[in-house]
Design a protein around this ligand. Structure first.
Ligand code: ADP
Ligand code: MG
Ligand code: ZN
Length: 501
């Protein structure tokens, strides 16, 4: 089944997009939100569970203080007001991955509300995204549907349930309707999620890895004809898990809604699934209304009433916000808005900063992390932090290059060796025998040999074709297995042949 789409330009010519972004962040607490179970997921299925997170009758929850503290920090960083008093609520629905038959969440009394996050677009313009609320809740378990072709429940013969994830603290951050972004709505969505990720990481409350499901985004989107105040009906594309996908999902929904509306059809309020392969979305379930969840205050948990002194202490301890820090770094490094955006999207800011702190010049640090290392991370499906090389090691390679011990090509091989686990840069240099031949005697001999073996080229050079020296340089580089300083080799050749460079 193919979905009718209007071209992006035609869609924007008739309609204004309105978006709402709901981002779930899994906190990096040691224990779950309402019990003492470990949040470590690399364990056997159902090994990290207890009567509370399994929802057994009579079990009583207790709030995780670090969970609340993290929620307040996020709220403060997003310029929200922090509730003086708030409660948890039960969101009632039945689903096998939620053994209590309700999710402990917050409803009309979120811990943080009424904030904003300024995000910077590719062209440097700043767009303010207003935040409706940030509230605390818990994650569900994980179902694995077995026996079907697609891994979805449809067609499966049976399902397996793992409750290790049930009860892991989540913070859900919900924007107010985002209006006025026009054709840049998909870009705003992506920039917002990217900025939010940086804020969360700077706060140290979660690693916010989208590829690991630690941060996921629901993209709500509706269209309204130009000039109309009233919002159209929205669709909600669930669990989009990369920055690029957030942008694509918004774009696809704009084109899909526009095709339906242009045709005189109506949009149904429903959830949709996003498909990585082609960037499309397909229908999920018809959306329940809030009433269907029968929300009511959680009677087993005391209200949360954070002392104002505590809130102010947390506010005073907030780190420099990522956008402010990036603007400072951009000036220090002398790079363009666009390049800084690429560095941000690659998740390379911290690695580059750490490499500079370890002594590398900023252009060298950027070159390695945005080049060789970004490529390797991409190929191996890892983040830059997960690569088997530290910023200090990258700085050491830069130092060896600056000292003339390595040229660019050799440095690349050293990096490759370190990534492969062959040891520190110095160990790789030693083991692989990778050092620029700077011993003048050895170089001189190699140049003499090349001259003796290439009479034809030598004649050309001497007849004035200095460019032909390149071939001799190549011969020397080959003889020294790439370990000679090419510029010095050329100097020597011209010197020996008595030709002006
Ligand atoms: P739900 O629980 O049904 O997902 P929420 O209020 O938590 O509802 O989130 C809805 C999100 O969609 C919010 O970000 C809100 O600002 C946004 N939103 C609400 N109405 C519309 C609409 N008509 N078009 C686009 N976005 C909308
Ligand atoms: Mg929602
Ligand atoms: Zn538990």
């Amino acid at each position: 089944m193919t979905t009718e789409l209007l071209s992006y330009e035609d869609a924007l010519a008739s309609y204004d997009p309105v978006m709402g972004l709901e981002v779930h962040v899994e906190l990096g607490t040691k224990t779950k939100m309402f019990c003492g179970c470990s949040t470590e997921l690399k364990q056997d299925a159902n090994s990290q569970t207890c009567p509370t997170c399994l929802g057994l009758p009579g079990a009583l929850p207790v709030v995780n203080e670090i969970g609340v503290e993290s929620a307040i920090k996020i709220g403060l960083a997003l310029h929200c007001e922090i509730a003086e008093w708030c409660r948890f609520a039960r969101k009632n629905y039945f689903y096998p991955d939620m053994p209590k038959n309700f999710q402990t969440s917050q409803y009309d009394e979120p811990i943080a509300f009424n904030g904003y996050l300024d995000v910077q677009l590719e062209d440097g313009e700043v767009f303010r995204v207003e935040i409706e609320r940030a509230h605390m809740e818990e994650d569900t378990g994980k179902s694995t549907h077995v026996g079907g072709a697609t891994g979805r429940i449809h067609g499966a013969s049976h399902s397996l349930l793992d409750y290790n994830r049930a009860g892991i603290p989540l913070i859900e951050i919900v924007t107010k309707p985002i209006e006025g972004a026009g054709e840049r709505a998909p870009e705003v969505a992506k920039a917002y999620v990217a900025e939010l990720r940086e804020v969360i990481k700077a706060l140290g409350v979660s690693e916010a890895r989208m590829d690991k499901g630690q941060m996921r985004c629901d993209v709500n989107l509706s269209l309204r004809p130009h000039g109309r105040e009233e919002f159209g009906t929205r669709s909600e594309t669930k669990n989009v898990n990369s920055l690029r996908s957030v942008e694509r999902a918004a774009r696809f929904e704009i084109q899909r809604h526009a095709a339906v509306l242009k045709d005189g059809g109506t949009i149904v309020q429903e959830t949709r699934h996003f498909h990585e392969e082609d960037g499309s979305t397909t229908s999920g379930r018809i959306k329940d209304n809030a009433e269907d969840y029968r929300y009511f205050p959680e009677p087993d948990l005391v209200p949360v009433a954070p002392a104002r002194e505590w809130v102010e202490e947390l506010r005073a301890g907030l780190p420099e916000m990522p956008r402010v820090r990036r603007n400072r770094l951009r000036e220090e490094w002398g790079v363009s808005e666009h390049d800084m955006q690429s560095i941000l999207n690659a998740g390379a800011v911290d690695s580059i900063v750490a490499t500079i702190e370890a002594g590398a010049p900023s252009d060298q640090a950027r070159k390695w992390w945005m080049g060789e290392l970004a490529r390797n991370a991409n190929e191996t499906g890892r983040s830059l932090e997960e690569l088997d090389i530290t910023p200090a090691q990258v700085a050491r390679v830069c130092e060896l290059v600056a000292a003339g011990d390595l040229n660019d090509k050799l440095a690349r091989q050293v990096i490759e060796g370190v990534l492969k686990g062959e040891g520190t840069p110095d160990e790789v240099v030693e083991k692989r025998g990778l050092k620029v031949v700077s011993d003048e005697g050895a170089l001189s001999t190699a140049v003499d040999e090349a001259i003796a073996a290439n009479a034809g080229i030598v004649a050309k050079i001497q007849s004035g074709k200095v460019a032909a020296a390149g071939a001799l340089v190549g011969a020397v580089m080959k003889a020294t297995r790439g370990q000679a300083d090419a510029a010095r080799v050329k100097e020597l050749i011209l010197e020996k042949l008595g030709v002006e460079g």
